[in-house]
Design a protein around this ligand. Sequence first.
Ligand SMILES: [Zn+2]
Length: 71
Amino acid sequence: MPIYEYRCRGCGHDFEKYVHGPASKVACPTCQSGDITRKLSVFGLRSDGGVMTAPTTGGGGCCGGGGCGCH
Ligand SMILES: [Zn+2]
């Protein structure tokens, strides 16, 4: 779940918030204003667009450790 940094344009307060998506409704925790700007994503999105996934079967590498029981 990504966390975003926001700045309230009403009072200038900077804050961070976990959101479920870019369309999530976020309000300033200080003045409750909805007039905010999103600054950046701290993590959750990789700059290279890659996704860290565990190796799955089918690549021929599952027997490398001898732990998969297929031989
Ligand atoms: Zn505010």
